[in-house]
Design a protein around this ligand. Structure first.
Ligand code: GLN
Length: 542
């Protein structure tokens, strides 16, 4: 099978939307009848994203086969509406690890193992594997970081080597940023010109430019970029700020981006694209005006003076998908649980929200504040959705407040507590000893049986589901019967009944805690059923 590779690299600065651009291009190619897959390259030495701080790196996105990857994999899944697996993610650490393992096995037959070509060869090998596995016509390959950085040079070298071998099968797209400095009031193309020079220096001339900016690119600047960067004017795509990322495919299509891409490979579209479902989503996003206010209580928000929400990207998107699906405008606010520890009277601010969500988390910072917030929303009947740590906190809170086990806790925070309602399963503790922290979590998709009559069973409309996990600690079965007797509903368990996956509280508009991460499976055109139920309860008002 013949695979074509489209590399997406960044210029000028990171964070301008390479991931969204790749995903949107992928969607528009898929709409033309092609099989498309997307690969993300993270230039860090980390073997996976599991050990990267989410404040710095953003969310850790978990694939069905249990890889801890970059949040862009989530963008690909949402846009392509397909599950992406581990072969589609690589880091510098992973690539070097394979090369070193090969060397130890003697695969290089006594040769000196040179960085070039061996490392780029390994990169190419992985790309070809991903292409083969997906039977892809097009493989989009996003290289993290920006050109000119020391870190991604070997990945750019892989492009050059691939291009040398089969020039007709490789294209490069540079996503650049064009600032409009307020003091000048004019869009500047020079940083982009420099970025293109930088890739040229490595021996690559990008065939396409995506120009990210506040406003659209005008004719004189398009001409200038074309002349100085050696890119055909029709291959220069303007990408001004959009109201939502889901508008980007349309924006690209209006400029014939996918068509020019297909043509540049001397191919023809296989079908007439139909993006009407996306059009109506975009229409809904613009039309909804009745707000539904959701408070998200977390801790990975601030960096210096700036608030970032990338650490919870999929949770955010899942809330939005569900809100749009019920015709509401999602208003999401970040709440800091530490504030509730310092001043419990602040808990009253929760009254202003239609629903409260506690997402996944680790460690002790702010946990007592989360617990206080959960007591508040449980007692004041404010819809509550707890995800992973948010479920574990809800169990602890229930054990403390309803069962009266005031010292109930998770052994993650209080290893010596007398009432470890959340703990490490038998054997898990031993397994973790001396292994370091990388790759020691329960990861990936597992089946879960739902209890008849529960909110979860009603929401999913099915008896068994499959959801993705990323955690170490578990509900402690020694407390299961007592918690049930006190009114806690065990709404989901592993098929062998060993692991509690969902808890619910009755006599409440919505109180559900899930041990897994439903946010990873929410898609813009197929919102997640539990998020939809949560949003519906929230939208009903109290
Ligand atoms: N810290 C908890 C655990 O390890 C929850 C993890 C999470 O929320 N992703 O089990």
């Amino acid at each position: 099978m013949h695979h074509r590779f489209i590399f997406i690299v960044g210029g000028v600065m990171s964070g301008v939307g390479k991931g969204t651009s790749s995903a949107a291009l992928g969607l528009t190619l898929k709409a033309r009848g092609f099989v498309v897959t997307a690969v993300k390259i993270d230039p860090y030495v980390n073997v996976d994203a599991g050990t990267m701080n989410p404040v710095e790196h953003g969310e850790v996105f978990v694939t069905i086969d249990g890889d801890e990857t970059d949040q862009d994999i989530g963008n690909y899944e949402r846009f392509l509406d397909e599950n992406i697996t581990s072969v589609n993610y690589m880091t510098t650490g992973r690539v070097y690890q394979s090369v070193i393992e090969r060397e130890r096995r003697g695969d290089y037959h006594g040769k000196c193992v040179e960085v070039v070509p061996r490392v780029p060869e390994e990169v190419i090998d992985r790309l070809e594997k991903a292409a083969k596995k997906a039977k892809a016509d097009f493989v989009l390959v996003e290289i993290g970081g920006t050109v000119g950085e020391y870190e991604n040079i070997l990945f750019l070298e892989a492009i050059r080597m691939m291009k040398l071998k089969s020039p007709d099968d490789v294209r490069t797209v540079l996503v650049s940023y064009l600032p409009v400095p307020p003091s000048i009031g004019e869009m500047k193309t020079k940083p982009t010109q420099h970025a293109v020079r930088e890739v040229n220096r490595i021996g690559i001339n990008p065939e396409f430019l995506i120009c990210r900016s506040e406003v659209a690119l005008d004719a004189p600047r398009r001409e200038k970029l074309s002349r100085f960067c050696g890119v055909h004017p029709s291959h220069i795509i303007t990408a001004p700020n959009a109201k939502s990322i889901y508008e980007v495919p349309k924006l690209f299509d209006e400029q014939g981006f996918a068509d020019s891409m297909v043509k540049s490979f001397r191919m023809k579209s296989r079908t007439t694209p139909d993006l009407s479902a996306w059009d109506s989503l975009v229409h809904t996003i613009e039309a909804v005006d009745r707000p539904v206010r959701i408070g998200v209580i977390g801790k990975y928000f601030s960096t210096g003076d700036f608030i970032l929400s990338d650490a919870y990207l999929s949770v955010l998107e899942a809330i939005k998908h569900a809100a749009w699906s019920i015709g509401r405008k999602p208003v999401i606010e970040w709440l800091n649980s530490e504030a509730y520890e310092q001043d419990p009277s602040k808990l009253k601010e929760l009254d202003a929200y239609d629903g409260v969500l506690v997402p996944g988390g680790f460690g002790s910072r702010g946990i007592e504040g989360k617990m206080a917030a959960i007591t508040y929303v449980r007692e004041h009947k404010i819809p509550y959705f707890g995800i992973c740590y948010g479920m574990q906190c809800a169990v602890i809170e229930f054990a403390r407040s309803v069962l009266g086990l005031t010292d109930a806790h998770t052994t993650e925070i209080a290893p010596k507590t007398k009432n470890p309602v959340i703990h490490l399963m038998n054997g898990q503790g031993k397994k973790l000893k001396g292994t370091g922290i990388g790759g020691t979590l329960r990861l990936g998709s597992y089946p879960c049986d739902l209890k008849a009559g529960s909110t979860s069973r009603e929401s999913y409309g099915s008896d068994q589901i499959s959801e993705r996990h990323r955690h170490r600690y578990e509900f402690n079965n020694d407390y299961r019967q007592r918690l049930i007797d006190a009114g806690l509903v065990i709404a989901g368990t592993s098929p062998d009944d060993r692991l509690v996956e969902i808890i619910e509280v009755t006599d409440h508009p919505f109180f559900v805690g899930v041990q897994f991460h439903p946010e990873f499976q929410s898609r813009p055109l197929r919102p997640h059923p539990l998020f939809v139920s949560f949003l519906k309860a929230a939208a009903k008002g109290r």
